[in-house]
Design a protein around this ligand. Sequence first.
Ligand code: KPL
Length: 310
Amino acid sequence: MKLAVLGPGALGCLLAALFHEAGADVSLVDYRPERVARLRLQGIQVHTLEGGHRVIKAPIGLGPEVGPCDLTIVAVKAYQTETAARALPGLMSRGGLALTLQNGLGNLEAIARIVGSQRLLAGVGLLGVTRQDEGRIIYAGKGVIYLGAPAGSRVSGMEVAAVADLFRRADLECQPREDIEAVLWEKLVINVGINPLTALLRVPNGVLLQLPEAFEVAVAAALEAQAVAQAAGLTLSGDPVARLRQVCANTAANRSSMLQDILAGRPTEIEALNAQVAARGRSLGLPTPVNDLLTLLLRAAAQSAPFQVG
Ligand code: KPL
């Protein structure tokens, strides 16, 4: 099976490196020729928390150089999905699959607008991986990847199982799920609580447990998201507040992806997270004042960067 991983961020680099090490026919795909040249030269550098360090020379190329693949994994930030999806028609072979392993909502729809929904897969990754620099990542913790065929997809259970096997051969725990949309929402419920609060307050995830007011806001955002999911007909498992607490504790030292984006001056994924909850709540007649406000604050935080003092 020929694979492409679209996007040389933290997750994209990790997947390309692990698939390559497992002997898969994989290429990391980027759209910037200068970065492709640099990454080819330096390889993907994977660091672990235990001090491990390896350099993996997985093939890296522009979309047209890589050509049609049986499976293309979309691993770009949510705000890049529209642009990245334009490479998919050239990367998906006839009958090829596209799998989004991105945060938030709206990615499936953006990809389906370009290549349709029949050959789409959705996934949720709970891996701890951080981008340190171009092509340099810290693989902080193994975690499970859930995969499934979302609404509108015609991908069969056997095909999902084959993709899950591919991940397992690359030493990645992977479980097929029939309720993948609920799984996407379960992660979203956590992200809409932790990500904006840690980004606004510039604290690691675990600190939210020591700041009662901040945690209260995170809980309120998560509960609104849970209510929207339920109103949309999804059944989410577990208690969202307990899960929020557990994720803050389990990832205590982690800088959330949104905090990393803010610190690096990059756009954030607020539009795929809290803004999606707010928009979907609005269309269901469900008020989401906390998600509305967090969306505005994160947009304002991004706009205020050039004017900040100190
Ligand atoms: O998914 C995450 C993110 O940072 O985007 C969490 C689970 C909050 C871990 O940092």
